[in-house]
Design a protein around this ligand. Structure first.
Ligand SMILES: NC(=O)c1ccc[n+]([C@@H]2O[C@H](COP(=O)([O-])OP(=O)(O)OC[C@H]3O[C@@H](n4cnc5c(N)ncnc54)[C@H](OP(=O)(O)O)[C@@H]3O)[C@@H](O)[C@H]2O)c1
Length: 364
């Protein structure tokens, strides 16, 4: 029997790239993709894994491998929404896996929250409901699936060479904010690191795990076992580790890429946003902003709030599989974003001023 692989979250950033990778590397495999809404062309089957209804007949097993990418990645969810998206979905998956299925569960390098572990059930031990729900998802997966590999990537951006991304989440919000002149400054501790991996580096690792050709952890020789031992979940972290770039290098690289794109269109460049120490940001900048800035500028700052914890990490994520040299792919990702949203990327520069002085007219 050819290898049967079920991929959830197949329409997302990771799932779209992984589907293409698996098709190219294993054309003979029986690969089925599923997502909450399915795809318009019908090649991805619709299935809301958090709903109580049984999965569609096409998803009946047996599956050799299930790669579980499905998740809601927003950092601002209400607790019940986060649990439904990132924990209840595993109940649904339980009905299509059997004890011999290799379940590859995609989590996040940040599922260990503030404590460095996924053990805590308390929201206060995590930066947000997303991390908290992903930790709960890991705990439930370990109970439910006999042959389990948990993979924790750090923040995911576009493809290494061309920046291509099927969806834009996470730090793309900075690009949006800078382009719309609503983020004049970024709250980042000096020396803060940020950990980001290109989506195709990550899907290469997932594909290798699914096909039994994944490399052992850094510093160890050979390949990982194709199938984890029963009852002994494996956990891998796919991240920059000690190679993580500084926020103070990443933000300028993004803005430079955006400005290079603008220069090709004879548009005025954006200035580099100032990096402000978190303490000064909270005490002075936000206090000023609340009093003087326009509603639109304040909405943008509210959006940025969710990102602040990820711009203030003084220590790098320990990684079993270290992803190096990511700055060029940050540039490629910013450029791809600009190509995808040319109206936003090409917006006129609007100086950041207090409400009384601000006109809604674009000012160059
Ligand atoms: N993006 C990142 O920076 C990042 C970083 C670390 C870890 N991760 C992890 O990587 C995995 C993939 O993330 P991603 O960025 O590719 O996410 P994404 O682009 O937001 O895609 C999420 C996918 O999950 C599906 N989904 C959501 N809720 C579902 C439900 N109730 N039932 C069935 N399918 C559902 C979506 O289907 P529809 O499109 O039909 O709604 C979509 O296909 C997730 O486990 C995430 O936690 C992501």
């Amino acid at each position: 029997m050819s290898q049967r692989i079920l991929l959830t979250g197949a329409t997302g950033l990771v799932g779209t790239q992984l589907r293409a990778d698996l098709r190219a590397a294993a054309p003979d495999a029986h690969l089925v993709g599923t997502s909450r809404s399915g795809s318009r062309d019908g090649t991805v089957i619709a299935w809301d894994m958090a709903a109580s209804s049984p999965p569609p007949a096409e998803l009946a097993g047996p599956w050799h491998v299930i790669v579980n990418n499905a998740a809601d990645v927003r950092w601002t969810m209400a607790p019940e929404d986060a649990l439904r998206a990132n924990v209840t979905t595993l109940d649904g998956l339980g009905s299509v896996a059997n004890p011999n299925t290799h379940v590859i569960h995609v989590s996040t390098a940040f599922a260990t929250g503030h404590t460095g572990s996924t053990a805590s059930e308390h929201l206060v031990d995590y930066r947000n409901t997303y991390e908290w729900s992903k930790a709960a998802g890991e705990r439930l997966a370990a109970e439910r699936f006999a042959r389990l590999t948990i993979v924790r990537p750090s923040l995911i951006m576009g493809r290494r060479a061309d920046g291509h991304a099927a969806r834009f989440a996470g730090l793309y919000v900075l690009l949006r904010g800078i382009s719309s002149s609503t983020i004049p400054a970024v709250p980042a501790a000096s020396g803060a690191v940020i950990d980001m991996v290109p989506v195709d580096d990550f899907t290469q690792f997932l594909r290798q795990l699914a096909l039994g050709t994944a490399p052992a952890a850094d510093g160890e020789a050979g390949l990982l076992d194709a199938l984890p031992a029963a009852g002994a979940p494996r956990v891998f972290t796919f991240a920059n580790g000690p190679e993580a770039p500084l926020v103070s290098d990443v933000v300028p690289a993004m803005v430079d890429a955006l400005n290079a794109w603008r220069a090709e269109r004879d548009l005025v460049p954006f200035g580099q946003p100032k990096l402000i120490e978190p303490d000064a940001w909270d005490r002075f900048f936000l206090a000023f902003a609340r009093e003087h800035l326009t509603a639109r500028q304040q909405r943008s700052l509210d959006l940025l709030r969710a990102y602040e914890p990820y711009l203030q990490l003084s220590e790098y994520r320990p990684a079993t599989h270290v992803v190096r040299d990511v700055l060029p792919s940050i540039t490629a990702s910013a450029r791809y974003w600009a190509d995808t949203f040319p109206r936003l990327a090409g917006m006129p520069l609007r100086p950041w001023k207090a409400k009384a002085e601000t006109t809604e007219e674009a000012t160059v």
